[in-house]
Design a binder for this molecule. Structure first.
Ligand SMILES: C[S@@+](CC[C@H](N)C(=O)[O-])C[C@H]1O[C@@H](n2cnc3c(N)ncnc32)[C@H](O)[C@@H]1O
Length: 307
C-alpha cells in the first residue's frame, strides 16, 4: 500500500527564509541573556564576561550555575546526541508530537531532503492538540525540503510501499499511547505490544545496504523500565543489537519541546522537560547484517594481506 500523501508528491523548493526558533520569537541566546539577568536580580554570582551559552543554561528548565568543566561535559553529551544523525541520510521519524524535534533536526542538518517526519495524529487532531505543529510542518517542508506525513501508524510503516527498505535511521522519541489506562499492568503490556509491533515493522523499512539503526528514546524509571525495551526488541528482531544508549539531551536540539500524546499542557510541559533531563536515553539498535558484512570484508582484506 502506498501512502496516499506520497503519491505524485512534489518536493518543495529550498527557501532562504530565516526561521524563527521559538513560538515566542526569542532565540536561545535571548533566553540565556534573560536568565543571566534574572540570576543577577536574584543576587546569584554571575562572573563578568562569563558566557552563559547553550551548554550552561537549559532553555527548558532554566538551570544555571554550572562550572566550565560541567558545561563542557554537557556540551559534549549534546554533541554526541546530535551526531547520531548526519546530512544526506534518509531518516524516518515516527510518533512526532508538535514536529518540533523534526524541525530542529532539519535545522541542524541544514538540508533535510532525506527527513520524513510523521505523526500518528491526523492533521485535524494535530491542530486541536498543538497550535505550533502546522508552523513546524510548514518550515520542515518549505524551508528545509523535508517531508511531513500525518496519520502514520508506526506499527504499519512496512505497509507503505515507499518506506520498505528505505531508511538508514528510524527514530521514535518517547513512545506513548496516551490512553489514560489506569491499570498499570495493562498499560505496561499495551506499551510492550506497541514497541514490539513498531520494531517488527520498522526493521522492514531499514536499508540493509547501509549500516542502519532504529532509535527509541525513553524516560528513566517506572513505568518505562517495565516496558523492557531492549528485551522486547531482541525478542521480536534478533537481527538487532543494542549498540549504545546515549543520554537524550533536551537542549541538543534547539527548539525541541517535548509534548504529551494528549496535547500541549501549560502546567505539565516544564515538568516533562525536567523529567527528560533526569536520565532519559536514546537506545540505538543496530542491524547486524551490515556489521557482519563489515567484519567479513575486514577478514577478507586481512587474509588478502597475509597471502
Ligand atoms: C509522549 S508523546 C511524544 C511526542 C514526540 N515524539 C515528542 O518527543 O515530543 C508520544 C507520541 O507517540 C505517538 N504514538 C502513539 N501510538 C503511536 C503509533 N501507533 N504510531 C505512531 N505514533 C504513535 C503519539 O501520537 C504521541 O505523539
Amino acid at each position: 500500500m502506498a501512502h496516499h500523501n506520497l503519491k505524485g508528491m512534489r518536493k518543495p523548493k529550498l527557501l532562504r527564509s530565516k526561521p524563527k526558533n521559538r513560538k515566542d520569537g526569542k532565540t536561545k541566546k535571548d533566553k540565556a541573556k534573560a536568565l543571566e539577568a534574572k540570576g543577577e536580580a536574584r543576587g546569584e554570582k554571575v562572573l563578568p564576561g562569563k558566557r552563559v551559552g547553550p551548554a550552561e543554561v537549559s532553555s527548558k528548565t532554566g538551570k544555571t550555575g554550572m562550572n566550565k568543566k560541567e558545561a563542557r561535559a554537557l556540551a559534549n553529551l549534546e554533541k554526541a546526541h546530535r551526531d547520531l544523525y548526519a546530512k544526506d541520510e534518509r531518516i524516518l521519524l515516527v510518533g512526532e508530537g508538535n514536529f518540533s524535534f523534526a524541525r530542529s533536526l532539519c535545522k541542524h542538518l541544514g538540508s533535510a531532503s532525506g527527513v520524513y517526519a510523521t505523526s500518528f495524529d491526523t492533521a485535524a487532531q494535530l491542530s486541536g492538540k498543538y497550535d505550533d505543529a502546522a508552523e513546524h510542518r510548514k518550515e520542515i517542508e518549505e524551508t528545509f525540503g523535508g517531508t511531513c506525513l500525518t496519520g502514520v501508524d508506526c506499527t504499519r510503516i512496512h505497509k507503505i510501499k515507499e518506506f520498505k527498505g528505505a531508511f538508514r535511521k528510524i527514530v521514535f522519541n518517547f513512545p506513548h499511547m496516551g490512553s489514560g489506562e489506569k491499570d498499570v499492568e495493562k498499560s505496561v503490556a499495551q506499551h510492550r505490544q506497541l514497541l514490539a509491533a513498531f520494531f517488527a515493522s520498522a526493521v522492514k523499512c531499514l536499508d540493509l545496504n547501509l549500516g542502519c539503526s532504529i532509535h527509541v528514546s525513553l524516560k528513566s524509571g517506572e513505568p518505562y523500565r517495565s516496558w523492557k525495551l531492549v528485551q522486547t526488541a531482541r525478542a521480536v528482531c534478533p537481527e538487532l543489537d543494542l549498540l549504545t544508549a546515549t543520554p537524550f539531551m533536551i537542549d541538543a536540539f534547539e527548539g525541541y519541546e517535548h509534548r504529551r500524546t494528549a496535547g500541549f499542557n501549560e502546567r505539565h510541559s516544564a515538568k516533562d522537560s525536567e523529567e527528560l533531563e533526569k536520565g532519559a536515553k536514546v537506545y540505538v539498535f543496530r542491524h547486524k547484517r551490515k556489521q557482519e558484512d563489515e567484519v567479513n570484508e575486514e577478514s577478507v582484506r586481512k587474509r588478502a594481506k597475509v597471502a
